[in-house]
Design a protein around this ligand. Structure first.
Ligand SMILES: Nc1ncnc2c1ncn2[C@@H]1O[C@H](COP(=O)(O)O)[C@@H](O)[C@H]1OP(=O)(O)O
Ligand SMILES: [Mg+2]
Ligand SMILES: [Mg+2]
Ligand SMILES: [Mg+2]
Length: 349
C-alpha cells in the first residue's frame, strides 16, 4: 500500500508530540509563554513538538530524503536570552523520547534539538515530497487550556497524500451543538487519512480505529457550523450572515485549531467557515492535515470562490477571501450564500 510506512511514522511522531504538549499544557507556567517578534505566543511546547516530529520522522524513514515545511524556527532559541528555554525544551524532548520505551537512541543535545527544529525550513512546492507541520495549531487555545492540534501532512508532487491530526483535548464523543449528552467524557483524538483510503479516528494513545464520515445533512436548517474561537482569526459577522442566508438555525460552535476539521470529519457539525481579516495570508500547515482528513471523510474544502485549495505554491496558501468546508450536498448552496454575503459586504464598504 502506498504511503503505509510514512503514515505509521507520522502517527508515531504526532502521538509523541501530543504527549509532550499535554505535559506542558498541564504545567503551563507564565514563564513558558514569551513573545516572538510578531507577538504571537510561543511556548516551549511549539518548539518541543516540532523538534520531536522532525527527529522521529528522520529516524523512522532513514532511506528517504527529508524535507519539512514547519511553522517554527530556532532564531530566538539561539540568542543568549533563549538558553533557559532551549534547555527546558531539550529536557522535555528527551523525557518524552524516554517514555516511548525504546532505548535505540542516545540523549539529544541542545544542538541536536536546534538542528531538528531547523530541518523545518523547507519551502515546499510542487516537486518531490515535503512534510508539512504545525507543531501546535491553535496556540491561543493551548495557552487558554482549550482546543489545539498537532497537524502533520505529506505533500507529494503538489498534492496532500496523507494527514495526521492529534487533538489532545477533543472529546471522543461528538461535540456538535445538537448532540445528546454523552456518557463518555474521555478526551484525546487522533485522526488520520491517506489518499483514496478514507479517514479514521482512534483514541490518542489507543489502537482501535474507527472509520469516520462527514454528516450527510442536506437541509441547511439542520446544519450547524464551526468557526474560530478567536474573533481576530475570522470574521464572525460574515459567518453569521452566511449562516442566516443558508437558514442555519443552530448557533456557531466556536473552537480553536484544526480540531474543527477533525470534528467535521466525524459529522459533529456540517460546515466550517473561516474568513481571516484583510491582509492575513494563510499558511499550508494550517490546513494541510485538516483538509485531507475532511476530504477523505467525504467532505470538500475550498476557498470562498469555489477553488480547490492549492498546497503546491510554497508555504503560503493563497485563497480568495476565506476557506469553506462542508459535505458534497451542502456545498452548492453554501457557495451561493457565501457569494451573496461577500457581495453585500463589498457594496457596504
Ligand atoms: N491574525 C490571524 N488570522 C487568522 N489566523 C491566524 C492569525 N494569527 C494566527 N493565526 C493562525 O490561525 C490558526 C488558529 O486559528 P483558529 O484556532 O482560530 O482556527 C492558527 O494556525 C494560528 O496560528 P498558530 O498555529 O500559531 O496558532
Ligand atoms: Mg496554526
Ligand atoms: Mg502553530
Ligand atoms: Mg504560531
Amino acid at each position: 500500500m502506498p504511503y503505509e510506512k510514512e503514515l505509521a511514522a507520522a502517527k508515531k511522531a504526532v502521538t509523541l508530540a501530543a504527549r509532550l504538549c499535554q505535559k506542558v499544557q498541564k504545567a503551563l507556567l507564565q514563564s513558558d509563554v514569551h513573545s516572538k517578534s510578531d507577538k504571537s505566543p510561543v511556548t516551549v511546547a511549539d518548539y518541543g513538538s516540532q523538534a520531536l516530529v522532525s527527529f522521529i520522522l528522520e529516524r523512522e524513514l532513514p532511506s528517504e530524503s527529508f524535507s519539512l515545511v514547519a511553522e517554527e524556527d530556532s532564531g530566538d532559541l539561539r540568542k543568549e536570552s533563549g538558553q533557559d528555554t532551549l534547555n527546558r525544551i531539550t529536557e522535555l524532548v528527551n523525557d518524552t523520547l524516554a517514555s516511548e520505551g525504546s532505548n535505540s537512541f542516545s540523549t539529544l543535545t541542545t544542538d541536536d534539538v536546534l538542528v531538528a527544529i531547523d530541518s523545518g525550513k523547507s519551502e515546499g512546492g510542487s516537486v518531490g515530497r515535503h512534510w508539512v507541520l504545525d507543531p501546535i495549531d491553535g496556540t491561543k487555545g493551548f495557552v487558554r487550556g482549550d482546543q489545539y492540534a498537532i497537524a502533520l501532512a505529506l505533500l507529494h508532487e503538489g498534492k496532500i497524500v496523507l494527514g495526521v491530526l492529534a487533538c489532545p483535548n477533543l472529546p471522543l464523543a461528538s461535540i456538535g451543538s445538537n448532540q445528546q449528552h454523552s456518557s463518555s467524557n474521555e478526551v484525546g483524538c487522533l485522526f488520520f487519512a491517506k489518499v483514496g483510503d478514507g479517514t479514521y479516528m482512534q483514541a490518542l494513545g489507543g489502537s482501535t480505529q474507527t472509520r469516520v464520515h462527514v454528516c450527510d445533512i442536506d437541509n441547511p436548517e439542520e446544519a450547524s457550523f464551526f468557526e474560530s474561537f478567536e474573533a481576530a482569526h475570522s470574521l464572525h459577522d460574515l459567518s453569521s450572515s452566511i449562516a442566516e442566508k443558508l437558514g442555519v438555525k443552530a448557533p456557531p460552535v466556536r473552537i480553536d485549531s484544526q480540531a474543527k476539521y477533525g470534528a467535521l470529519s466525524r459529522g459533529d457539525g456540517a460546515i466550517y467557515l473561516r474568513f481571516p481579516h484583510r491582509g492575513y495570508r494563510e499558511k499550508i500547515w494550517d490546513h494541510a492535515a485538516g483538509s485531507i482528513v475532511v476530504t477523505e471523510a467525504g467532505g470538500i474544502a475550498m476557498d470562498a470562490a469555489g477553488n480547490p485549495l492549492d498546497f503546491s505554491k510554497g508555504k503560503f496558501l493563497d485563497v480568495v477571501s476565506g476557506i469553506i468546508v462542508t459535505n458534497q450536498k451542502l456545498m452548492p448552496s453554501l457557495l451561493t450564500a457565501v457569494k451573496e454575503a461577500l457581495n453585500e459586504k463589498a457594496s457596504s464598504l
